[in-house]
Design a protein around this ligand. Structure first.
Ligand code: AMP
Ligand code: MG
Length: 343
């Protein structure tokens, strides 16, 4: 991650694209960082002075700082986790209550594969920090005892949410890392819809992408799907019209390797170990950002067969990249996917 941050300096470009001039449309391209990842905003607008890129970055930072971060002391999730150390009952804001309720639904539908209470287990592994650090070689596996303790503190069956009252077992740690970027897409979409001068946009928040409106040239939006074996290239693309949310979960995003074994950041809540379902990457296509993100994590844990069933429950399309590099997908995904390289 450090490497990415080093190259992702804040850059804003104002471009005249083919077809833009005649329609009096300006393309704003902005690269930045927020939510612990790289943000790319490409916005087509009839009003260059609209400050859309600044508004959108502010929105993302607020979401992280005020609502979702497990690490920032300013966020509601941090406060909930602090309170959960001792108290059992916590009053949530309407926003967090709605998010947690949606998470519990996906937990149930995925038979526990998606579980926001994996925070205690994620803390024991601390893969995010190891993967971002310079001292990866010093990584040691967590002690089994500690993992068991963390597992005992996790499990959404131990949560109750009624209206806005959250009842948790002491020691439980909530981790919304698997849905934060998807929730960001939903909020950015709402912003775009409120601006008449924005005719189209393609936005990526780390592994989650939002397409909106139209390109001035009338072409489709093209979203590349990362090749897990060579993350600088794509194994294929999705060609999309109008509004979509596309989220990818992969074992190549944050990981450390020892003795040829890869320990990555997507955990199997049953075992407490990084999920090993034969997959390297999962991409989910839906209209809803939260769902695309939640389902991509859940399908990664579940594997191909059960993942297909889960995606079908939500009428979402899904594409799997197996550890051997082969690809399989839901029947509907074939309408959008092309096995061609981009760039
Ligand atoms: P994603 O990249 O969207 O698949 O999300 C991965 C992040 O979600 C991890 O870095 C953890 O913070 C968290 N996480 C890991 N495993 C799970 C899981 N099984 N269910 C829910 N969240 C998880
Ligand atoms: Mg996710």
């Amino acid at each position: 991650m450090k490497k990415i941050f080093a190259v992702a300096a804040v850059v804003t470009l104002i471009l005249t694209c083919c077809g833009c001039k005649a329609l009096n449309i300006t393309k704003i391209s902005h690269v930045d960082t927020a939510m612990g990842t790289v943000i790319q905003l490409n916005i087509y607008t009839t009003d260059r002075e609209n400050n859309a890129e600044e508004d959108m970055m502010k929105l993302l930072r607020q979401l992280e700082e005020q609502d979702l971060s497990r690490r920032l002391e300013t966020s509601e999730v941090w406060r909930v986790n602090q309170a959960a150390k001792e108290e059992a009952q916590i009053m949530l804001s309407p926003k967090l209550a709605e998010i947690l309720s949606a998470c519990l639904e996906v937990w149930e539908a995925s038979q526990g594969a998606f579980d926001i209470t994996v925070g205690s287990v994620a803390e024991v592994w601390n893969i995010d920090q190891w993967a971002a650090g310079e001292n990866k070689g010093e990584f040691v596996l967590p002690e089994t005892e500690k993992l068991w303790q963390a597992l005992e503190q996790s499990g959404s069956e131990k949560i109750q949410l009624k209206d806005r009252k959250l009842l948790v077992q002491p020691g439980m740690v909530l981790d919304l890392g698997a849905v934060g970027k998807g929730i960001a897409l939903d909020e950015l979409l709402e912003y775009l819809q409120s601006k008449q001068n924005i005719t189209g946009a393609i936005i990526s928040v780390g592994g989650s992408v939002l397409t909106y409106g139209e390109k001035p040239e009338g072409n489709k939006w093209i979203v590349g799907i990362t090749n897990p074996k060579d993350t600088a290239s794509n194994i294929g693309t999705l060609s999309l019209e109008g509004q979509w949310c596309i989220s990818t979960s992969g074992d190549y995003e944050r990981y450390v390797e020892i003795d040829g074994v890869r320990y990555h950041h997507i955990l199997n809540p049953n075992t407490g170990y990084p999920a090993n379902s034969g997959l390297s990457g999962v991409t989910v296509l839906t209209k809803d950002g939260f769902l695309s993100d939640a389902l991509s994590t859940a399908c990664f844990v579940l594997g191909e067969e059960k993942g297909l069933e889960l995606a079908a429950k939500y009428s979402a399309e899904v594409l799997f990249i197996r550890q051997d590099g082969s690809v399989c997908m839901s029947p509907g995904m074939k309408d959008y996917y092309r096995a061609e390289k981009m760039r």
